[in-house]
Ligand binder design. Structure first.
Ligand code: TTP
Length: 400
């Protein structure tokens, strides 16, 4: 069976982290989101079809021709005209029943399995506390799909559409007949309405992890979820005498944790990273490949991508630092508002409640701060942005 993975979106809500990479290549723990989607589907899938678009060449370069013995076919969606349009690009490759997964979700292998077992055309559904921001699924008396209503004010059920499906090859004929939606996209949920006119659609119930990684803080949530599954300590790199390791900690090959460092897991120090001396790393933190955390730096619940560097006597909390970010000595991140309210972040021009009391900064690749810079909670810095020495940054610096 083929697994079609949708990876063509622009990822605008994730900016600035998606300025220089497609969203599915964002790192979650020790591998990319896309590789985690592959891992979830690998049991039921013989080969993958990846629909690429925005910065698709990076995906081809990074993943190559196969993933853990499963061949990868790439197809191109020239414009992100919607999920149905994306799936249509797979038509030349797939010739049998297939599953569809988004390239930006964190799910367990039981999800693709449930779709396969459901038979025929199937949509995955999971119970959520507040379904009003999702596509909400109603079922008929026999448990098959009755209707999907997008973001209803008064949700008829608690079942959210996970956005993962199984299709018969005739879905391509239905996609051909799918009209444009109000927001100008060809959406697979509209296609499903056409299928429903002719036959039943199964609802595959799913109860495991389902994290849609669409906005910056959701990358922290996904990282927390993945790191929570680490058991024990795995120390392939160098851990100098006088380092204190507590809880689940991974130190990959060629990484070095210097004397006096105090690491409270879950934490992953990736290959080639250099931490300390006397650094304090608190969970859930990933210090990316070849990243550097200097003397007397505290990093808490944060993601440092490859080659990021945090200079001595800095504090980084609940933050994401892109590739090659450089924080000058004494850079301090605020991650809590004085009024104790949730931190808000700008997502596509809207100020959005992140649901987090603690959130620091989101920093695009290559950005740099001078010594003693102060960055307020919920600030985004664009790729290559420069913050001067001693500067206080209270507003986003991202060109939209
Ligand atoms: P979205 O998250 O709706 O879109 P996006 O990834 O472009 O992000 P944003 O809204 O922030 O710009 O897409 C859901 C999934 O479908 C995601 O995995 C990307 C994929 N997709 C395509 O492959 N092609 C498309 O035309 C669209 C709209 C989405």
């Amino acid at each position: 069976m083929y697994g079609v993975v949708l990876a063509a979106g622009r990822g605008t809500r994730m900016r600035p982290l998606t300025d220089r990479r497609p969203k599915p290549l964002l790192p979650v723990g020790d591998r990319s989101l896309l590789e985690r989607v592959f891992d979830a589907a690998r049991d039921v899938v013989d080969a993958f079809v990846v629909v690429t678009g925005y910065q698709g060449e990076m995906i081809r370069e990074k993943l190559g021709e196969s993933y853990r013995d499963r061949p990868i076919h790439y197809v191109e969606q020239a414009e992100p005209k919607g999920t149905a349009h994306a799936i249509a690009q797979a038509e030349p490759v797939v010739d049998d029943r297939f599953v569809v997964l988004n390239g930006d979700v964190l799910v367990n292998p039981s999800l693709p399995r449930a779709l396969v077992d459901a038979g025929g055309t199937a949509v995955a559904a999971t119970e959520v506390a507040d379904p009003s921001s999702y596509g909400v699924i109603s079922t008929a008396a026999d448990g098959t799909l009755a209707e999907i209503v997008e973001k209803p004010a008064d949700p008829p059920t608690n079942l959210a559409n996970v956005g993962c499906y199984a299709f018969e090859p005739d879905v391509f004929e239905y996609i051909d007949r799918t009209p444009e939606s109000d927001r100008g996209e060809y959406e697979i949920t509209t296609t499903l309405e056409l299928v429903l006119d002719d036959r039943t659609v199964s609802v595959a119930r799913y109860e495991g992890t389902w994290l849609d990684v669409g906005r910056p803080w959701e990358l922290l949530t996904a990282t927390e979820a993945v790191l929570a599954d680490i058991e024990g300590q795995h120390l392939a790199g160098t851990v100098e005498d006088g380092v204190h390791l507590h809880g689940p900690v991974v130190v990959e090959e060629d990484a070095r944790v210097r004397s006096g460092a105090y690491v409270e897991g879950p934490a992953v120090i990736r290959a080639g990273a250099d931490v300390g001396p006397n650094a304090y790393i608190r969970g859930s933190t990933v210090v990316g490949p070849d990243a550097h955390v200097g003397n007397a730096v505290e990093v808490k619940n944060s993601v440092l991508m490859a080659d990021a560097s945090v200079g001595h006597q800095s504090y980084v909390g609940d933050s994401i630092l892109g590739r090659d970010v450089n924080f000058g000595a004494g850079t301090n991140v605020a991650n809590l508002r004085h009024d104790g309210e949730n931190v808000r972040l700008t997502v596509k021009d809207d100020r959005v409640d992140t649901g987090r009391r603690k959130l620091g900064v989101i920093v695009g690749d290559g950005a740099k701060t001078g010594i003693n810079a102060s960055l307020n909670a919920g600030v985004r810095l664009g790729a290559d942005e420069r913050v001067g020495l001693g500067e206080v940054v209270t507003r986003d610096r991202v060109s939209e």
